[in-house]
Write a protein that binds this ligand. Structure first.
Ligand code: HEC
Length: 112
């Protein structure tokens, strides 16, 4: 019993420390990730173009988004109708990009 608990604890420490490689999507429904993503949204000037809650300016809400696609757009930047979003790969870590992705998914259409 106790042995099993120790194993679970060790496993969660290892998983908790792991970086987020781009091809394995972390738990984007984790409320602490969503909250951290919103903080980044304000810190990294995303709000400048997308509004403080992502629903102003270039509205991100109510889109049918795929998490990996969102990660890619944030990392590499995006251009649409002559409007350009810069790439964030050099400014944000993968972990930060996943957090921002978690926030975007939380306001987009029902997460899949
Ligand atoms: C200079 C303005 C600007 C800033 C700053 C900006 N964006 Fe964007 N963003 C855009 C434009 C332009 C688009 C493309 C237009 C569209 O998809 O409607 C876009 C699109 C997106 C999309 C949609 C991607 C998709 O797959 O449809 C997401 C998600 C996004 N931005 C997140 C962010 C995040 C997170 C940040 C901050 C790290 C950020 N943006 C900062 C202008 C900006």
């Amino acid at each position: 019993m106790i042995y099993r608990l120790v194993l679970v604890a060790i496993a969660s420490i290892c998983i908790g420390d792991a970086a987020y490689p781009q091809d394995s999507v972390p738990n984007l429904k984790d409320p602490s990730m969503i909250a951290a993503g919103h903080d980044l949204f304000l810190q990294k000037q995303c709000a400048h173009c997308h509004g403080e809650d992502g629903r102003g300016g270039i509205n991100l809400a109510r889109r049918d988004l795929d998490p990996k696609g969102v990660f890619q757009s944030i990392a590499d930047g995006r251009e649409k109708s002559g409007l350009r979003m810069p790439a964030w790969r050099d400014v944000m870590t993968d972990e930060e990009i996943w957090k921002a992705t978690a926030y975007v998914m939380s306001i987009s259409h029902e997460p899949k």
